[in-house]
Design a binder for this molecule. Structure first.
Ligand SMILES: [Zn+2]
Length: 357
């Protein structure tokens, strides 16, 4: 009996050691991010997918404002078992320590951009002589721009713009009964007629010429000067100067100056100017000169209409705008003696722009 009992006990002991122990365990203890979980024995990693805490995903692609641009395109999630990547087919040993981490979001590439802040221009006064009191200086602002999204953020000003100040003054002779006749856009085929009309009345005029026209008719420029008139600058080819760069504006002035042999005043085409134009002219020693009387001879080519405009607008110190180029100026030529006679009747003396200022 004892032998049989002894053999049976031995067999049981052998079986205990030889057979897998798993069937003896009814559960395993695993930890997910430190939280203990009881799972059935021989549970595979893949079988843990339903387990709360393992529901992880990749991060996303974000733009610089934090908005998701591509869902799931960020870094992948990390799942490790005892510091090694988790094998979904591996069986979870009892006491396994699993660490699970969501994938990080990935921020788009960002670059730093410097942009200019334009300056503003204030104009003081209402006179016809335009000069720059203070040049404008653009400011600077820095911002961050998302390379992919183009979005910008975190704008900050590194230097504030300094506004330009332009002063418009009246001529020094504004208290005297002086006036100046000025002729723009020449020289042209009506310039001789203007010269003859002025000569007949022994009156000086001021010609704001275009460099491009003067270049082809230098003899006329000499003729104007020889007759005692003043030749000044009306740009090279009549652009809207405010639309040009500083270099282009300076070229418009200096090219013309080379042809006409120096000038002191610039009448900007269309009377269009800003701080940039004024500064460019000042850099070349030029003041901007506008007008106080617009005869509108380019618009209403009738002597009566031209005279009516002169009568309505002329005051002491008047700078009267007419044209000897650009179109048929026969009405302008015909109006000159009539306008001069009226000015004389009113007690005006006529001079050049330089004589007025
Ligand atoms: Zn013009």
């Amino acid at each position: 009996m004892t032998i049989i009992a002894g053999v049976a006990l031995l067999l049981a002991a052998v079986a205990f050691f030889l057979l897998p122990t798993a069937h003896l365990n009814t559960r395993s203890l695993v930890r997910v991010n430190g939280v203990a979980r009881i799972v059935p024995p021989e549970t595979k990693v893949a079988g843990l997918a339903e387990l709360e805490g393992l529901q992880t995903g990749p991060g996303s692609m974000l733009d610089l404002t934090g908005d998701v641009t591509v869902l799931g395109a960020g870094a992948p999630a990390e799942r490790t078992l005892s510091g090694r990547p988790l094998d979904p087919d591996g069986i979870l040993p009892d006491g396994a320590r699993i660490v699970v981490r969501h994938g990080d979001h990935v921020l788009e590439a960002i670059r730093r951009v410097t942009v200019q802040i334009p300056y503003e221009t204030s104009v003081e006064g209402k006179g016809v002589i335009v000069s720059l009191v203070r040049p404008g200086v653009p400011g600077e602002r820095e911002l961050f721009k998302g390379v992919a999204s183009g979005k910008q953020a975190a704008v900050f000003t590194t230097s504030a713009p300094q506004n330009a100040v332009i002063e418009r003054t009246s001529s020094a002779a504004s208290g005297l009964k002086l006036a100046a006749l000025t002729f723009d856009d020449g020289p042209g085929k009506f310039t001789q007629g203007v010269l003859d009309a002025l000569a007949a009345k022994h009156v000086p005029g001021t010609f704001f010429v275009l460099g491009s026209s003067a270049a082809g008719n230098k003899a006329m420029i000499e003729k104007i000067k020889a007759a005692g008139h003043e030749v000044e600058n009306h740009s090279w080819d009549h652009p809207i100067l405010t639309k040009l760069t500083t270099e282009q504006i300076m070229r418009q002035i200096s090219r013309t100056e080379e042809v006409i042999g120096g000038s002191r005043y610039l009448r900007p085409p269309y009377g269009s100017y800003d701080a940039k134009v004024t500064a460019a002219a000042a850099a070349l020693g030029h003041k901007l000169v506008l007008w106080t009387v617009d005869t509108r001879d380019w618009e209403t080519p009738e002597v009566g209409a031209i005279l009516a405009n002169v009568k309505a607008q002329t005051k002491p110190g008047a700078i009267i705008l007419m044209h000897d180029g650009g179109n048929n100026r026969s009405a302008t030529v015909a109006s000159i003696p009539v306008v001069i006679d009226w000015l004389f009747q009113q007690g005006y003396s006529l001079t050049t722009v330089a004589g007025l200022l």
